[in-house]
Design a protein around this ligand. Structure first.
Ligand SMILES: [Zn+2]
Ligand SMILES: [Zn+2]
Length: 298
């Protein structure tokens, strides 16, 4: 059995297709999915899918990219002074926190994690936020959202799914000031960047490292994952993103809808990791599934 520890069947592209996606996953021996939220709306949908399908557990949280929406909204409340904006930040954080707490408390059998949360300095060419800019102010909002949500994982004994893109130092700095939020065996660096700093931190604090379909074509990731012990790895697809090879090449030029990854592709990731590490697929499956169960208390 394999677990897709990070997928987004709560995204629009999978609308009304979740049952068939789960069927295809089963055919590839992928029997359990963790569906991850990136904003409040799709966090709620993740929980709803977890209620509907035994195979699904949910993670709830606000992704750093979507923190921008809250900052923009606050700014639009026209000409606030710095102080007023800070006050508004606190009240927005409080409101988001309360909504997440409601989701957690109302759905104890569905919600297994807070996620995905963290830091993101990447410049996205395609984004719904036309005015998005990586500023100090935006990073301080990302930090506030991250800490608030990491506290929830701590307080409610949930796993923590961390998203980091080009922001390793922001992430490690946040932990250095709040080491009470370091949760051994309950935290994953999802789609982990090939960074020695991240690896060392993960090893020291018994965090898991998520490996995705991009390992099939990204040489830096291949070298990185080769060095990560199987005992630290969990498998994920981040579907609909990160379609692995060889399908990635075969479907080049098709519309996104036609080249979307699915949870079944975790099987491809598992096979690739087995080859990379020269171990059997069974061994990869057994170890990473045990890791996923430990991480999410499945
Ligand atoms: Zn992510
Ligand atoms: Zn994701």
């Amino acid at each position: 059995m394999l677990v897709d520890t990070h997928c987004h069947t709560n995204f629009k592209i999978f609308k009304s297709k979740v049952a068939e996606v789960i069927d295809r996953a089963h055919q590839a021996r992928v029997d359990q999915l963790v569906v991850v939220g990136s904003d409040l709306k799709n966090s709620r949908l993740a929980v709803r899918q977890a209620k509907q399908f035994d195979e699904i557990k949910a993670a709830v949280g606000v992704h750093p990219h979507h923190v921008w929406r809250f900052l923009e909204k606050a700014r639009q409340q026209s000409r606030l002074t710095g102080e007023e904006l800070d006050e508004l930040k606190l009240s927005i954080l409080d409101e988001v926190k309360q909504q997440l707490i409601d989701l957690i408390k109302d759905n104890p059998n569905q919600v297994v994690a807070i996620g995905e949360v963290g830091f993101d300095r990447h410049f996205y060419e395609k984004t719904q936020y036309e005015t998005l800019e990586i500023t100090d102010q935006y990073m301080s909002w990302q930090r506030a959202f991250f800490l608030m949500q990491a506290e929830l994982a701590h307080d409610y004994d949930l796993a923590l799914i961390i998203h980091n893109r080009e922001a390793v130092d922001d992430l490690l700095e946040a932990f250095s000031t709040r080491n009470d939020l370091i949760l051994p065996q309950k935290t994953v660096f999802h789609c982990c960047e090939p960074s020695k700093k991240l690896f060392d931190f993960a090893q020291k604090h018994q965090f898991f490292i998520g490996v995705d379909g991009d390992v099939t074509y990204d040489v830096a990731k291949q070298e990185f994952i080769q060095k990560v012990p199987l005992e630290m790895l969990v498998l994920e697809t981040d579907s609909p993103y990160l379609l692995p090879e060889p399908e990635r090449s075969q479907k080049q030029g098709l519309r996104f809808r036609e080249r979307a990854a699915e949870p079944k592709h975790v099987r491809v990731v598992a096979e690739f990791v087995a080859n990379l590490k020269a171990v059997s697929l069974d061994q990869v499956a057994a170890t990473t599934t045990a890791n996923a169960k430990k991480l999410f208390n499945l």
